[in-house]
Design a protein around this ligand. Structure first.
Ligand code: ZN
Length: 591
């Protein structure tokens, strides 16, 4: 995202192409790139691309799936645009989408093919949500390739929305937010104020019953929490209801606050984010603990074995955290960006990039029985009947360089540490590091500049050029040619909060930015029988041959099943679990 010049931001984002990333993230992005053609094939098999082809008159296929299938295609197109691969696919599908669009700008393949009335069931149809994903894909295509094809389609659709909805038009809201961030991004790209005005209208009128369908929709009996329609954004104290919708909406509200300099709205979303982190976030960063309604639970309702923690919710939380970081410049939000990427989003995709978790459990038991299509007991899966998560992961990994740094050619902030280069004007910054396995980060610049380095909150005893710096903030240095940041990475034990009943008395293990897990293939005893010694030292060992190259941790503990005996526990990064078949795993370990 590139904010408008008058936006109220503390930090300025850089274009995605200003940053190149090597090392750890390059490997994950290469897998993602290789999986993009597979994604297209699955969108075809699921009927998502055939729906659009039929709406364009290219075929006579019968529409498949729910009314929001188009959104999966748009998310995949956004991934392709940011990634810079498959340009012919991008052009070909852009032409199909343009042909499918009605003359008045409206576009939804399923609604058009079934002859339904547009916006007749907005609470459950997600037509605005689909429009939002079209706008996001269009902005990505325009910024990454300079081609206007999809942007023309998105503008026509957004113009139709602006002519239909708003203070002088229809007042209903989509049951699924997402269009708000997209309209603000479209405003940033085009400068058309009416898109920002419509986003503001959608933000300001939510929470008053305009989104909840009269019949409740999906058999929910009119539960406004499912539609993020209970409490207006400006007065909400926390996040509630459907987690993906809640965080997408909050990210959109933050965008509106940024572009309009709306300090009241900004302080409201900051308050809600703080409550989410304090009360409703798993140790992995995952949010939305309830399977019922895919919703946030009550405060401290965070069962590890029944965690829903949808991958999309973590992605929405990332988008929200990033916007709050830009608005405030506070390092705690950058800590969240890093935490969510490594420990909540990356676990959602296999190392090959082709299989996905919809829900992200923190514990899988021995011989777990899959009880639903989304059950983690299946392991990661190729696609889902509602397949929001897979293309969402694809677009996030494709756009990852955009989260590394912010700034201008005079003052550059480094938020994520990865080997690679960053350009801003004539400034060129080179980063060398083996992060996240090693905390030494060497930064060189081609001319004197002010560098601002994030010191993660976990990085006790960090130094910059040998001088101690405080954890949990930023260190600023005028750098002539080179600076060395050292972030010590001893393994650390994290105690479960005493209010989180299901894991009371347990500990989790982390090292640097990574949360670790016990997985059965690395143990000599049944996983459920293992306990960890809280005081014994934990040793790190880098294993280039394991799971694409990971640092494993060896801890001491016991087999508690009689006769009790000592045991060696080996932990792998949580993101890498479930890549060796379906086995027992746990993040929280009895101590
Ligand atoms: Zn999802």
């Amino acid at each position: 995202m590139i904010v408008r010049p008058r936006a109220a931001v503390a930090l300025n984002p850089l274009p995605v192409d200003a940053v190149t990333v090597e090392g750890f993230w390059a490997a994950r992005r290469a897998a993602n790139r290789a999986a993009l053609p597979v994604g297209r094939q699955r969108l075809t098999e699921a009927g998502s691309i055939p729906n659009l082809r039929a709406a364009a008159g290219e075929t006579t296929a019968v529409p498949e799936g729910l009314t929001f299938r188009d959104s999966d295609v748009y998310k995949w197109l956004e991934a392709v645009a940011w990634d810079g691969s498959l340009p012919d696919d991008l052009r070909e599908l852009t032409a199909t989408i343009a042909s499918a669009q009605r003359a008045d700008g409206y576009l939804n393949s399923v609604v058009q093919l079934t002859g339904a009335q547009p916006y007749a069931h907005l609470g459950t149809s997600h037509e605005h949500y689909c429009a939002g994903h079209l706008c996001q894909a269009a902005v990505a295509q325009a910024r990454a390739t300079g081609e206007p094809g999809l942007l023309d389609v998105a503008r026509k659709f957004a113009d139709q929305l602006a002519a239909t909805f708003g203070p002088a038009g229809r007042r209903e809201l989509d049951g699924h937010p997402g269009v708000e961030t997209a309209l603000v991004e479209l405003y940033r790209e085009t400068g058309e104020r009416r898109y920002l005005d419509l986003a503001r209208h959608f933000v300001d009128t939510r929470g008053y019953g305009h989104a909840t369908p009269p019949d409740g929709g999906f058999g929910t009996g009119g539960d406004p929490g499912r539609y993020i329609d209970e409490v207006p954004a400006r007065v909400a104290e926390t996040v509630d209801g459907h987690a993906v919708r809640a965080v997408y909406f909050a990210a959109g509200a933050t965008d509106v606050a940024i572009e309009d300099g709306d300090t009241e709205l900004l302080s409201a979303v900051r308050r809600q984010f703080a409550a989410m982190v304090r009360d409703k976030q798993y140790i992995t960063g995952g949010v939305g603990s309830r399977w019922d309604g895919e919703a946030f639970g009550d405060a401290h309702e965070l069962p590890p074995d029944r965690a829903y923690a949808e991958t999309c919710a973590a992605i929405g939380a990332l988008q929200w955290a990033w916007r709050l970081l830009l608005a405030t410049g506070e390092a705690a939000y950058a800590d969240q960006v890093e935490h969510l990427l490594y420990n909540a989003i990356l676990p959602g995709v296999s190392l090959e990039g082709t299989d996905f978790f919809y829900t992200n459990t923190l514990q899988r038991r021995t011989n777990a029985r899959p009880d639903a299509q989304r059950s983690p007991a299946h392991g990661r899966r190729p696609w889902f009947n509602v397949s929001c998560c897979p293309p969402n992961v694809m677009r996030t990994l494709a756009s990852l360089p955009g989260y590394v740094a912010t700034g201008t050619e005079r003052n550059l902030q480094l938020h994520l540490y990865a080997p690679g280069t960053i350009s801003a004007g004539d400034l060129r910054v080179t980063v060398e590091t083996n992060y996240p396995w090693d905390g030494r980060v060497e930064v060189t610049v081609n001319r004197e500049t002010e560098l601002v380095l994030r010191i993660p909150s976990w990085a006790e005893h960090a130094t910059v050029d040998g001088e101690p710096v405080a954890a949990g903030g930023y260190a600023m240095r005028a750098v002539r040619d080179r600076v060395v940041l050292d972030l010590p990475m001893p393994a650390r034990l994290l105690r479960a909060g005493h209010r989180v009943d299901a894991v009371r008395g347990c500990v989790a293990v982390a090292r640097g930015p990574l949360v670790y897990a016990l997985e059965q293939p690395d143990q000599d005893a049944v996983l459920e029988d293992l306990a960890i010694d809280r005081v014994a030292e934990i040793e790190a060992e880098h294993r280039g041959d394991l799971l694409g190259g990971v640092t494993v941790l060896h801890a001491r503990g016991w087999v508690v099943e009689p006769p009790r005996r000592p045991a060696r526990l080996t932990l792998v990064p949580y993101y890498a679990w479930a890549n060796r078949g379906q086995h027992a795993m746990r993040v929280w370990i009895p101590a």
